[in-house]
Design a protein around this ligand. Structure first.
Ligand code: ITT
Length: 203
């Protein structure tokens, strides 16, 4: 079985990705052992200093490759709000902290709703970029999920901005959906299904 590390400290991302890989069927499950950072004894908050999702995902994946010499993939993702010039974008995790250190979803949502108080145009999208470093190759997979920012929070499932995001074609927020339903339409679900497609083509 081939070991593949998912370089994230976000337990929700890990849970979503593990469910998506399970759904991909026994072919993937039997060939790849997905390890978390905790599984490889890494408790570092890997620096993310890039200007793009791609740069940050690569930075996280390279950290594991360099320090642990294991094949690895990382997800860098965030929320892009049209009326805010695609902010918070790569700063999504630390949006409410101007210094960019702390990671507080409640404060992030408060700041977002505050900044959008008088804005009628609510279109937004989640974007996820996955970088895979495997067998000396570097691959990129990307997924986008369009939707709208609500005026108040609703729901308690999921993580991050899920309580304030209603995906296109739906009437409830990501935080009101079961994880399996979110995964069908989410940015991460789309990116991970491309990753799975690639893994399933390998000899
Ligand atoms: P890792 O870097 O350890 O993977 P992280 O949470 O810091 O975990 P990112 O740097 O990629 O991850 O930041 C992504 C942020 O964007 C995340 O903290 C949320 O605030 C937001 N986000 C991304 N995907 C999301 C989703 O599916 N639902 C809600 N918010 C999401």
């Amino acid at each position: 079985m081939k070991k593949l590390v998912f370089a994230t400290n976000n337990s929700h991302k890990l849970e979503e990705v593990r469910a998506l890989l399970r759904e991909a069927g026994p072919e993937i499950e039997e060939r790849f052992e997905i390890l978390s950072l905790a599984d490889i004894g890494c408790d570092v908050d890997i620096p993310e200093t890039g200007m793009t999702f791609y740069d940050n995902a690569l930075q996280k994946a390279e950290y594991v490759k360099v320090h642990y010499n294991l094949d690895c993939f990382a997800d860098d993702s965030g929320l892009e709000v049209r009326a805010l010039g695609m902010e918070p974008g790569v700063r999504s995790a630390r949006y409410a902290d101007d210094a960019g250190f702390t990671h507080n979803s409640d404060a992030n949502m408060d700041k977002l709703l505050r900044n959008m108080t008088n804005i009628k145009e609510r279109q937004a999208q989640f974007r996820a970029v996955i970088v895979l470093l495997m067998d000396g190759k570097r691959l990129e997979f990307e997924g986008v999920c369009r939707g709208e920012i609500t005026r108040e929070r609703s729901g308690s499932k999921g993580f991050g901005y899920d309580p304030v995001f209603v995906p296109e074609g739906h009437t409830v927020t990501f935080a009101e959906m079961a994880m399996e339903d979110k995964n069908v339409i989410s940015h991460r679900g789309k990116a991970v299904r491309q990753l799975v497609k690639y893994l399933s083509t390998l000899e």
